[in-house]
Design a protein around this ligand. Structure first.
Ligand code: SF4
Length: 489
């Protein structure tokens, strides 16, 4: 696809918006008249008396439409208002031509609730709602969702203090690779990956020790721990025991509000692992079916059955876990609206404390994207999320955290729903960047946050387990950045 730009510098916003309609197209930005394509969007911004004239043309697969509008504004506001008007015109034309009206309007950012919160502080709840619906063209339903989530997040953010932090432990290994996955995660079905795991865990324990020493030296308070991946459930019970033990030895857990292990795949759950998790006071776990449709599970390369997902959940309940999350995904390949609704109904019938409803994101590095298999379109995915929202609300769940990813089908969202008092604090702490997250393990990104100045700095670990092992000295050296950050204010 070609995006032509005349007379302005807001190509970034225009490109993001075009991607909402054509997520799999490569978008070439052209300044001027060069290039022809079956899909071309032309945007022009020219000065007129007191403002700018915005003109947009869309030529999509033989259909051509255009719109124009004048923007009158003070010098300070002219650029932003011209950018917004250009986005609104692109939205009008592409929604009309494609027959899909994205419910998030021209909003392409990943944290709509954070924006809602900021606008509410600036212009009050009513003003923020009006800005979302009138200017950003967000549907009333999604604007309400953003407002509900913003209110829930605000309460959790308030728990965080300037010296509090969370610990993220990365286990980038899985039993097999899901076809839609774009994470760096190794399938332990592969012998080489399996061989790496013990050494990886040794280095991880070393990093936990180093990080714990730094946290103690700086007087930081550990508020939440989150094991993610990957599939932390791939660890054998003794490996889990050692790792959880290393955390206990290295950190002061007396301030801990929450301890989560995203076990992940249902086929990794065993009585022994659940016993070990309980023994180490892990209270929240995630058992993720993604769908309760057997055909889809096979199609997306998850080697577990629907029955296993139900049994693992029941086993965890029998072990006394009273904070269990289940992930579902809307828009999986070859799933109909009815298939998705049936998964939502099954999840609700099991009554886990949390249900997170994701929308499929088709990242370039996933196998599914390469094969181009039939994932749901935007309108279908939109209906799926509407169904989930109605059923979950009627069943006593409320949305408490939300984020969006680029390339989500229909530019839709991922929402964490929970029963009263069962919010996952870590999800909000991490998403809202309200306190520091010290990450350990391959692919971990430490986010250092200064609440007073809103300054955020990041320290990256190596992405792949083999690099993490061989470059461990470098990683432990980078950890000094945590001290420099805190000692500089
Ligand atoms: S379980 Fe998660 S991390 Fe592992 S392959 Fe599937 S999507 Fe990727």
């Amino acid at each position: 696809m070609i995006l032509r730009i005349f007379g302005h510098d807001f190509h970034y916003e225009c490109e993001n918006l075009c991607r909402v309609y054509f997520p799999n197209e490569k978008i070439n930005i052209v300044y001027g008249d060069d290039g022809e394509d079956e899909k071309t969007v032309v945007t022009k911004c020219s000065p007129v008396d007191g403002g700018n004239l915005i003109e947009v043309e869309a030529h999509i697969d033989g259909v051509s439409k255009s719109e124009k509008a004048e923007v009158v504004a003070s010098e300070d506001e002219l650029r932003d208002k011209s950018e917004l008007k250009t986005a609104q015109l692109i939205f009008a034309l592409l929604s009309d031509i494609t027959g899909y009206t994205p419910p998030w309007g021209v909003l392409t950012g990943v944290r709509p609730s954070k924006l809602m919160l900021r606008l509410t502080e600036q212009m009050g709840a009513e003003g923020a709602m009006e800005y979302f619906t009138r200017d950003l063209l967000v549907s009333e339903e999604k604007a309400n969702l953003a407002q509900t989530v913003a209110a829930a997040e605000e309460k959790i953010v308030a728990l965080s203090e300037n010296n509090s932090f969370s610990l993220y432990v990365s286990i980038p290994f899985c039993p097999t690779r899901c076809s839609y996955c774009s994470f760096v995660s190794h399938s332990i079905a592969n012998a080489n990956a399996r061989k790496l795991l013990p050494e990886y865990l040794e280095k991880l324990a070393d990093e936990i020790k180093i990080t714990g020493e730094i946290a103690k030296e700086l007087g930081l308070k550990l508020e939440s721990i989150y094991f993610g991946g990957g599939t932390p459930g791939v660890l054998e019970a003794p490996q889990m025991d050692r790792l959880l033990g290393a955390i206990e030895k290295s950190f002061d857990l007396s301030y801990l509000r929450e301890y989560t292990v995203e076990v992940g795949r249902p086929d990794t759950v065993t009585p022994e692992k659940l016993r070990i998790l309980k023994l180490h006071n892990v209270e929240r776990i995630s058992i993720n079916p993604q769908t309760f449709n057997q055909k889809t599970l096979e199609l997306i390369g998850r080697n577990h059955s629907v029955e296993q997902a139900v049994k693992s959940y029941q086993l965890a309940k029998a072990y006394g876990f009273d904070s269990i999350n289940m992930d579902l995904i809307a828009g999986l390949p070859d799933e109909t609206f009815e298939d998705f609704c049936s998964s939502v109904d099954t999840a609700i019938s099991l009554s886990p404390e949390n249900i997170t409803v994701h929308t499929l994101a088709l990242k370039r590095s996933s196998e599914l994207n390469a094969s181009g298999a039939g994932v749901s379109g935007g309108n279908e995915a939109k209906k799926m999320l509407e169904y989930a929202s109605e059923r979950l609300t009627a069943s006593g769940y409320a949305p408490y955290y939300m984020y969006r990813q680029s390339k989500c089908v229909g530019n839709l969202e991922n929402v964490g729903w929970c029963k009263v008092g069962k919010e996952c604090l870590y999800n909000v702490f991490m998403m809202e960047e309200c306190h520091t997250v010290l990450a350990v393990g391959a692919g971990g990104v430490t986010k250092l946050c200064n609440q007073e100045t809103n300054n955020v700095e990041r320290i990256f670990n190596y992405k792949y387990p083999y690099e993490y092992i061989s470059g461990f000295d470098k990683i432990s050296e980078r950890k000094n950045g945590i001290k420099s950050f805190y000692l500089s204010y």
